[in-house]
Design a protein. Structure first.
Length: 226
């Protein structure tokens, strides 16, 4: 099966090889592009080096790639998944990995340790009030630094040769320009993306666990059951 995967441009490293291990081919379509904010990156890195945080949370691989190489010292570091942890490790940073691929599990993972602690989160300019409220409810303090913006490309997704399209985030679905087809299999990488697709009138046939590997496994199960 040929799968179009929504990714930021030049951020699909490893997708083709991983898809091949599950018996599929894939290519990248980009409904969004990243617009870096260097001044905010610098502010965040300076705050880390001043020791203002007890913990850093990297909720995707891109902020890890942007910020990680600039850090000379770190407090406790949490990564949302093994890919993000791998990017941090390449920058010489050892990170703990959440047991799921969702930021909602950050607070349950740290538990009582959060009380009285300050968490630094470099991220996209996309609100996540649920995470902030959960940290505050656990007695922690959080500082988000929105080190890049996600900007719609306005380019229609090239899906003519695709058997399936895999949306990797709710925003990549909401901002995508694309033409549905009756024979096009719609895939959500996780339940948050799936909810957005249902609200938008395009319920996914396959829902993953928040990771590409887990989503490909779910796709194969779906195909076997047809």
């Amino acid at each position: 099966m040929k799968i179009a995967i929504t990714r930021l441009e030049k951020k699909a490293a490893g997708d083709h090889a991983l898809c091949a291990t599950y018996g599929h081919d894939c290519y990248t379509v980009s409904p969004l592009r990243a617009e870096l904010r260097p001044e905010r990156v610098a502010l965040f890195v300076e705050a880390v080096h001043r020791g203002e945080f007890d913990c850093l949370f990297f909720s995707s691989a891109l902020p890890a790639a942007i910020v990680g190489p600039k850090l000379d010292r770190c407090p406790r570091v949490i990564a949302i998944g093994p890919k993000t942890a791998e990017v941090l490790k390449e920058a010489g940073i050892e990170a703990e990995v959440l047991p799921s691929f969702y930021s909602r599990d950050f607070v349950p993972y740290l538990g009582d340790w959060l009380r009285g602690r300050t968490v630094g989160i470099p991220r996209a300019d996309v609100p996540n009030p649920g995470l902030l409220d959960a940290i505050a409810a656990a007695g922690g303090t959080v500082r988000e630094e929105r080190v890049y913006a996600l900007v719609p490309t306005g380019t229609e997704l090239a899906l003519d040769t695709a058997d399936a399209v895999l949306f990797t985030s709710a925003m990549s679905y909401r901002e995508a320009r694309w033409q549905p087809r009756d024979d096009l299999i719609l895939i959500a990488i996780g339940d948050i993306t799936a909810d957005a697709m249902r609200v938008g009138g395009h319920p996914p046939a396959v829902v993953g666990d928040g990771s590409l590997a887990g989503t490909l496994e779910a796709l194969n199960r779906h195909m076997e059951s047809r």
